[in-house]
Design a protein around this ligand. Structure first.
Ligand code: NAD
Ligand code: UDP
Length: 311
């Protein structure tokens, strides 16, 4: 049994991770400021003896007396709508917040995992993206607070590793979806499902030819835990499902699976929106024995069922 701190534990991925760790018998401390997280995501955990919630913003220093064995750092808004809402706070979460949490890991002498992102590759010219690709990121655009913030967070992780011998793990997470995404999350899978269930227009940005590779949340949590438990491996390692779909294909699939009467409408493509994205996952496979098991249809089915109940 380990004592594990999960920042961003009330968010979409964090809540699934907390649940899995609690079920395994670990003690979990969830730290969240509820910027994009939701109480409902962790409601089922609040009365468990081995679960503790601390409402806190990681931009501010955090002192905890308990011994801690592992930290998963997920605290950061992940949807473009939310991370662009207050871009300076997004940078702060990824720089000041990450320094605070790395400082805690140093003091506790514990392992720490960073939820990094495929956005470190920006609008990639190399396709699919291997970990060795250094990316094509605009440093001054509307996505930069997140992209450059997450890149700086990776830098900090590796500098703490080199300077203080900290045991780090860096996961580059590709588009992940599933139950517990907030109704107002704003990312494409939840938006399309909610629009389809309400028979409202499906809003495709641009012509819908841009691609993404969608990973179901259970597979992602499995990969994150495998990475944390791995020996002598820092990453960075891509975690994602290599199945690549255009946004138009996703819209068609969602309409079909929900038997929706929705029409597709095309909206303006936001600046710097990556044209293609697909993870190369050979490294995760070799080092962690990990690959995703859930195909898009099965994952969408579970997510559609979730949103049917929620809305
Ligand atoms: P999410 O927005 O649902 O969860 C983020 C959580 O962090 C929320 O509970 C939010 O309230 C909390 N949070 C935000 N800023 C905070 C702060 N300053 N202090 C404390 N808590 C804070 O997003 P998610 O999809 O669950 O993403 C989790 C992590 O994984 C994020 O770091 C994100 O960048 C990363 N990631 C996610 C994806 C994806 O497709 N879901 C892809 C790449 C990376
Ligand atoms: N997108 C869209 N309609 C929406 C939301 C998003 O067409 O209602 C597009 C978005 O412009 C991008 C892709 O879907 O090309 C994935 O967007 P998301 O916000 O989910 O994540 P990203 O990978 O861009 O961070």
């Amino acid at each position: 049994m380990s004592k594990i701190l999960v920042t961003g534990g009330a968010g979409f991925i964090g809540s699934h991770l907390c649940k899995k760790l609690i079920e395994r018998g670990d003690e979990v401390i969830c730290v969240d400021n509820f910027f994009t997280g939701q109480k409902r995501n962790i409601e089922g955990l609040l009365d468990r003896k081995n679960f503790k919630l601390i409402e806190h913003d990681i931009i501010e220093p955090l002192f905890i007396d308990d011994k801690i064995d592992q930290i998963y750092n997920l605290a950061c808004p992940a949807s473009p709508v939310h991370y662009q809402n207050n871009p300076i706070r997004t940078v702060k979460a990824n720089v000041l917040g990450v320094i605070n949490i790395l400082g805690m890991a140093k003091a506790k002498k514990c392992k720490i995992l960073q939820a990094s992102t495929s956005e470190v590759y920006g609008d990639p010219i190399v396709h699919p993206q291997p970990e060795s690709y250094n990316g094509n990121v605009n440093p001054i655009g509307i996505r930069s607070c997140y992209d450059e913030g997450k890149r700086c967070a990776e830098t900090l992780f590796f500098d703490y590793h080199r300077s203080h011998n900290l045991e780090i793990r860096v996961a580059r997470i590709f588009n992940t979806y599933g139950p517990n995404m907030a109704v107002n999350d704003g990312r494409v899978v939840s938006n399309f499902i909610i629009q389809a269930l309400k028979d409202e227009d499906i809003t495709i940005h641009g012509d819908g030819k841009q691609t993404r590779s969608f990973c179901y949340v259970d597979d992602m949590v499995d990969g994150l835990i495998k990475l944390m438990e791995s020996k002598d491996f820092t990453g960075p390692v891509n975690l994602g499902n290599p199945g690549e779909f255009s946004i138009k294909e996703l819209a068609d699939k969602v309409i079909e699976m929900t038997s929706s009467k929705s029409q597709i409408v095309n909206k303006e493509l936001p600046a710097d929106d990556p044209k293609q994205r697909q993870p190369e996952i050979q490294l995760a496979n070799e080092k962690l024995g990990w690959e995703p098991k859930t195909d898009l249809k099965d994952g969408l089915e579970q997510t559609i069922n979730y949103f049917r109940e929620v809305i």
